[in-house]
Design a protein around this ligand. Structure first.
Ligand code: ATP
Length: 458
């Protein structure tokens, strides 16, 4: 297999230079592992979210969207189990004071051969001592014991200091779908099986954030919960594994860079769980999860809220709490995978190297760039730009040679460049250059919007 050109350093540099992703709070020296999306990045990320929503809500049978509040009643997190068990096993290096996840240390030390998911904290501690696993920062062996660390960010609500109550920034969007199960079902008159989807921010006080936007403390999730009857759950679980995979393939992922990873250790309530892993520049890691969560979530919310979340089948009159198949993917993590997959360096006929993002056209920030061959053709080019802008996101560039302008568009993945030249004045046609093949065709300017709409659809 051909070696991939992408490395994390190259990707981070390209993202900064081309307005895709900047370090957060940069002028203040940054704030560890926070990132800001720039003018190009926000468009790509929005397109990722749009493609996901189109596939899992718009085109899906019986799926509905919600946009729930980030701040929820604290009882939600008691019911979901997050206040007691959303913990990571943390160890501190007594020498250099750095903090680590015990499971990550074991995974790295054993080169993925030992699966810490199946170990208790005591077993992990024993492994680390027995194998003399040293601190990856300072190389010394002087650990504290393992302590569990809750990943939820706490804040407080109240207008006076004396009258504050503890609340949390949500660590996942899923609970917003569970608590609205009956609201959605009744307002849409949906019959089980049906789905509820949401895209929104989640926050986790991660012990070891890093690898660019792979693991951050603030991120966006795209989650879809499929409510179904017990007995049909295993089939739907298999179906969602397939749908999650197909979505990635349709976005242009090479299947050789994807693999399923079935979980050995299941949460006590789960019936099955797996991830799809992607081969990032730093190696294989989780991209998304698919879980068969049984009737745990709705049962717990029924118990803690005291409100019935039982579904009544309108035909048979049968009453039951549905099972849930959860499909969850981070928008930022998918963005990292999309950029890693798209990045390429190609040697051109003249010996120069071009950096190109082979993004699916639907994900590209701009569907086309309008380029006047010379500056005195700007009025005609801007007229074409104004017409296209009403229909599609397009950009404009008149600075530098045409070759340089092509390169700039290649680097942000713009699928088409439209050159306005002197023939345009005569016959109203333009040159359309395609990003990947670099092939050029001539088209009447009047046909551009229909052409671009067709070529850039998802
Ligand atoms: P990991 O094991 O990588 O921490 P997880 O198993 O805790 O992930 P889930 O709780 O299942 O992840 O979250 C669902 C999805 O949300 C993940 O597959 C990932 O795409 C995304 N995600 C989770 N945590 C983060 C994070 N800290 N930063 C960015 N994306 C995240």
């Amino acid at each position: 297999m051909a070696k991939r050109a992408v490395t994390m350093d190259k990707l981070v540099a390209l993202c900064k230079n081309r307005g895709i992703i900047f370090p957060g709070s940069e002028i203040y020296g940054g704030m560890g592992n926070t990132w800001d999306y720039g003018p190009v990045g926000v468009e790509i990320k929005n397109n990722i979210k749009r493609a996901w929503w189109k596939r899992f809500v718009q085109e899906s049978e019986n799926s509905y969207g919600v946009d729930a509040a980030i701040l929820m009643n604290s009882r939600v997190w008691e019911a979901s189990g997050h206040t007691t068990s959303f913990n990571d096993p943390k160890m501190d290096c007594k020498e250099c004071k750095s903090r680590h996840r015990a499971d990550t240390l074991i995974e790295a030390h054993s080169k993925g051969k030992v699966n810490p998911d199946t170990m208790t904290n005591e077993e992990m501690e024993a492994y680390i001592n027995e194998h003399h696993v040293c601190c990856p920062i300072c190389g010394k062996f002087n650990w504290t014991g393992i302590r569990t660390f809750n990943l939820m960010f706490e804040t407080s609500r109240g207008v006076t200091d004396e009258n504050q109550s503890k609340i949390y920034l949500r660590p996942e969007t899923a609970q917003g779908e569970f608590v609205n199960f009956l609201n959605v079902q009744r307002s849409t008159r949906a019959k089980v099986p049906f789905g509820i989807a949401q895209i929104g921010k989640a926050f986790r006080n991660e012990i070891t954030p890093g690898n660019f936007i792979f693991r951050t403390i603030e991120f966006e999730q795209m989650e879809h919960q499929w409510f179904c009857k017990e007995g049909t759950d295993l089939d739907y679980y298999a179906e969602y594994k397939q749908r999650a995979w197909q979505f990635l393939v349709d976005l242009g992922f090479d299947e050789a860079h994807l693999r399923f990873h079935d979980h050995d250790k299941l949460a006590h309530y789960a019936r099955a769980a797996c991830d799809i892993q992607y081969e990032y520049p730093m190696g294989w890691s989780e991209l998304n999860g698919i879980h068969n969560r049984t009737d745990y979530d709705l049962s717990r919310h029924q118990e803690y809220s005291g409100k019935s979340l039982t579904y009544v089948d309108p035909v048979s009159g049968e009453r039951y709490i549905p099972y849930v198949i959860e499909y969850s993917i981070g928008a930022d993590r998918l963005m990292l995978a999309v950029l890693s997959e798209a990045y390429d360096e190609e040697t051109l006929e003249n010996g120069e190297t071009r950096v190109v993002l082979h993004l699916h056209p639907a994900l590209a920030a701009y569907k086309a760039a309008v380029l006047p061959l010379q500056k005195n053709l700007a009025p005609q080019a801007k007229e074409i730009l104004a017409t296209l802008k009403k229909i599609l996101p397009v950009t404009y560039d008149e600075a530098g040679s045409i070759g340089k302008r092509y390169r700039r568009q290649d680097e942000i993945g713009t699928p088409f460049c439209i050159t306005v030249d002197f023939d345009t004045l005569q016959d109203g046609t333009v040159t359309v250059r395609e990003r990947d093949s670099m092939q050029q065709i001539r088209l009447p300017a009047a046909e551009l919007s229909a052409y671009l709409l067709e070529k850039t659809a998802f």
